[in-house]
Ligand binder design. Sequence first.
Ligand SMILES: *Cc1c(COP(=O)(O)O)cnc(C)c1O
Length: 411
Amino acid sequence: MKSLKDTDSVILDLIQKETERQEHGIELIASENYVSKAVMEATGSVLTNKYSEGYVGRRYYGGNEVIDEVEQLAIDRCKALFGCEHANVQPLSGSPANAAVYFAVLKPGDKVLGLKLDHGGHLSHGHPVNFSGMLYDFVQYEVEEESGLIDMGKVREIALREKPKMILAGFSAYSRNLDWKAFKEIADEVGAISMADISHVAGLIAGKAIDSPVPFFDIVTTTTHKTLRGPRGAVIMCKNEFAKAIDRGLFPGMQGGPHDHVNAAKAVAFLEALQPEFQDYAKKVIVNAQVMAQELMNRGYKVVSNGTDNHLMVIDMTSKGVSGKEAEVALEEVGISTSRSTVPFDTRKPMDPSGLRIGTPAITTRGFTTEDCVELVDIMDKTIQARENKEALSEIRKEVVTLCKKHPLYL
Ligand SMILES: *Cc1c(COP(=O)(O)O)cnc(C)c1O
């Protein structure tokens, strides 16, 4: 990064610090991952210079003949990867993608069913502090207190009672497979549009490790930067009958010019995800998560729903007499990144909840095996027990570095 060094050594220093932090820390935040150098090179390219409002072949600016090819490639690869009828690759991120969908197919005040935030849903699925909860009449479904699972019978009851315009299936902190078919049947029964937000599991779906809603659902949104391992961004997929509304909803409805450098990087990430190795990665992500869940439960930790079908789990830390935040802070101290999280029916406050959400996409990308995952759970357990002992924590920090050095990332 010679030019950056000459122009702004302060930012360069910070990038180097962050590189060091990523290289020698363990990333367990379920929504994070490490992209390839190819994805980063596309993101850092001259495509950032271009304005291209509009769509392929229909732009409001000149000079888009190359950009058209880039965007078309991203669209074609997205279609090949997920088998969707129509793909819009322009959303800047997950929340704007969802906003564009709502804008395209709903009117303010329309009723939508979505999973409650503290039961594993996302802010943009109708939380009162989010635009979604302010502009639309979201009715929230929940998980069961005992099992931690979504009861589809109850979802159907709510749908029959509320007659929503749209039913949204998707989550940020739910460790079980959704019954896509059941959601779609309920939507059909009440005449609702079916929407899935697969932001968290898109990589597992692309890697054919779990079932896809794309063949049934009217509209599917996803971020590209979580398990899918692409640049920060999102796509909207839909049936052809919604294509026009979705495209108009996104532009000119919600966004201005697309980020062409990022869309090129999305195309690169889709190409990577189309390779057979990506299917190995997706399977390993799940196996690693299942090993970690089992090892945690063996050590007396309560895992919500008692296991996982995907890349993530929420640990109820009150089973160990600590809060989610205390656990997060202790793990941070030894170089392990996690995110505190509410557990369903949490009695603690959202800023200091009972749970800790962890996930395995990033560690799997850097090559962690199931044996490494067992060692990692050991390290985590030791850390939480030693949370008030600075000396012990600095010894554990060294073990974390050793484990990271076994699986080099960018350095
Ligand atoms: C992460 C996430 C989003 C939002 O993505 P951003 O890129 O952070 O805006 C939307 N929906 C779900 C289910 C998510 O997990």
